[in-house]
Structure formats: C-alpha cells, structure tokens
Design a binder for this molecule. Sequence first.
Ligand SMILES: [Zn+2]
Length: 220
Amino acid sequence: MNETVSAEDEAAGRSRPGTGPWEILVPGGHGTAFVAKSGQLIEIVDVEGQQVADFVAFAERNRTEWLSTTHTRSALLKLTVQTGDRLDSNWRHPMFEILRDDVGRNDIITSMCDDRRYRLDYQVEGHRSCRTNFAEALEPWGIAEWQIPDPFNFFQNAPIHPDRTFGNEIPTGQPGDKLVLRTLLDTIVAVSACPQDLNPCNGFNPSPLLIRVLEPADAS
Ligand SMILES: [Zn+2]
C-alpha cells in the first residue's frame, strides 16, 4: 500500500521511513529526504514537465561516503549520465544504476543553487534554494549543510558545446516523464525540486516532483 505525504509535511522537511513502497509529492521549490535500501527502486517523476531534480545521497552506514559526481565522471569518462550508467560514491562503490530515463538529459557539472546565488547574482533575499532544501531535509540524520556534496541534476538541460562550454536551457521533460534508479547500497537520499525561477533551468516555473520508492516487483 502506498503512503502519500501531504505538502505541509513535506514543506516541513519531514523524513520518511525506509521500508516498503511509498510515494511523496514534493511541491515545486521544496525538497525531501528518505532512506532507500539496496535493491529498492527510486522513481522520480517530472509531474508537469520542465522541472529539474537535484539529487544527493549518503551511504547509510557511513556519512563520509557520498554519491560523487567527480568519481562518476571519472569512472564513466563522460560529462553526463544516461540509462545503464552506474553512479559511484567518493569511495568508488556503485550506489545507483539508471534503469530508465525518459528525458535523457542530466547535468553532473553544475553546482546546486543556494541563497548566495540568488543574493549575489539576482539581488533577491530569502529565495528558497536547493542547498537550503537539502540542509532542512537531511537535518534529522545529523548531516550539516557543509557536508552536502555536489548534486546530480536530473532532467537539467545543460548542453555541452564543441568548445567545451555548456549551456543552461529550458528542460525538455514532458509531463509524466520519469527517471528510475536501482539502489545498490543502503542510502540516505535527498531530492530537491529546484526553486530556480530566474533563469531557464526550470522553465521559469518550478513545479512538483513525485518520488516513489518501490520494491523491484512493484515497479511499473
Ligand atoms: Zn536549485
């Protein structure tokens, strides 16, 4: 039986239990964190389209091991990830495998947004940010803001040009597009429906993400 969590609970950054299938609707601009056990599947659904899912993870057994864009790039010799790729930790252990990727565009180069980004680059005070979302959501596990690693930005449209510069364009995700990960290590996961509404990153309109954690037999 699925358990759906209210927007109010989610906005409060409440943590989720780690066993059994459940789903959570993350409002645009907000985040969540949960435990995913080895073998479980994580579905991230772009409910309305054009929404980026910033994604970080830590090994449940040891918080000094985290999902690493640097180590994943080095292992894959690629500047992006796609279906079939394994995502590695800073200890070089595979943490996830991408089983399905409807959008086919993911960024593993760009930093997450933070309050300084909005304050310094846009002169906006008090804007929500992925870093704040992660800090709030991971607080129940004792993970401090400075420990949050660089994110995997699923669905982010950052095309890499021939001269090695890269862009920041409106995502191509359509309503209902999903990305499915197989969890390969017991992990603490955090996902942020990026609040950036001042550049094309989320089509200028942050929107919800639906997160499901499933046993393999329950996957659609
Ligand atoms: Zn963001």
